[in-house]
Each structure stands twice: as structure tokens, then as C-alpha cells.
Ligand binder design. Structure first.
Ligand code: 2BA
Length: 106
């Protein structure tokens, strides 16, 4: 058994949820916040047999898109009034971790 942890943008959450349901891939959705942008994102926890890992990754790949967001950093570290130039940051499609897991239903 494997656990796929997929961090995706909120904009892709609904489509990915529907696609996972259609594929009968059981999953849990968590509301999360990215450490860099401090913006909400969604973490999918997907438990799958090893044979279905590639299928699940394909579903994620097909429904999570790369986007550019404008990141406005907070006040400068040196002085609170310091002007900090906004930067374009490319986010997504999905950040994936795959870990070994043991499944038990108690
Ligand atoms: P955030 O941490 O909010 O990061 C959003 C995007 O900002 C990242 O997109 C990346 O393009 C950029 N970024 C992150 N850290 C940066 C840095 N130190 N300097 C410059 N740019 C930086 P993604 O790579 O697609 O990541 C999307 C989200 O996936 C992240 O949101 C975070 O929630 C999660 N993530 C990414 N890498 C992770 C890791 N190693 N461990 C845990 N979560 C991770």
C-alpha cells in the first residue's frame, strides 16, 4: 500500500475530486496553507495499492495545472516601510510525496 500526498492549488480541487471519484480512488482532502506564499491550498491523501500508483498520478497530472501568481512579500525585514517588489511565482501543478503505508481499518 502507498499513500500519495498531493498538494494542489484550490482552483484544481473540485476537478481533481470529481476525477478521483470517477476513478474510484479513495481519498481525504485537507485544507492546508503553503509555507512560502501563506495562501490556502489543498492536500489530498490518497491510499492506493502499488499497482494503482501510476493511474492515480496520471489523474492528478491531468487535473492540476501550473499557474503564475503575483507574490507580494510582507514588509521588509530591515525596515517595516521598506518597499518590496512583488514577484511572479509559478505554482503547481501538484507537489507529490509517495510513502509506504500499512492499511488497517479498526
Ligand atoms: P508554497 O509554500 O506557498 O509555495 C508556492 C510556490 O512558491 C511554490 O510552488 C514555488 O514555486 C514557490 N516557492 C516556494 N518556496 C520558495 C522559495 N523558498 N523561494 C522561491 N520560491 C519558492 P510549488 O513548488 O508548486 O509548491 C506548491 C505548494 O506545495 C507549496 O506552497 C507548499 O504548500 C507545497 N510544497 C512545495 N514543496 C514542498 C515541500 N518540500 N514540503 C512540503 N510542502 C511543499
Amino acid at each position: 500500500m502507498k499513500i500519495i500526498i498531493a498538494i494542489v492549488q484550490n482552483a484544481d480541487r473540485s476537478n481533481l475530486t470529481e476525477a478521483l471519484r470517477r476513478a474510484k480512488l479513495g481519498h481525504t482532502r485537507l485544507n492546508t496553507v503553503g509555507g512560502f506564499l501563506s495562501q490556502g491550498n489543498t492536500t489530498f491523501v490518497i491510499g492506493v495499492t502499488e499497482e494503482r500508483v501510476d493511474e492515480a498520478l496520471q489523474v492528478i497530472h491531468d487535473h492540476c495545472h501550473t499557474r503564475e501568481v503575483l507574490h507580494r512579500p510582507g514588509p521588509g525585514a530591515l525596515h517595516p516601510d521598506a518597499y518590496v517588489t512583488p514577484v511572479h511565482v509559478e505554482v503547481g501543478g501538484a507537489t507529490i510525496f509517495i510513502v509506504d503505508a500499512e492499511y488497517r481499518q479498526l
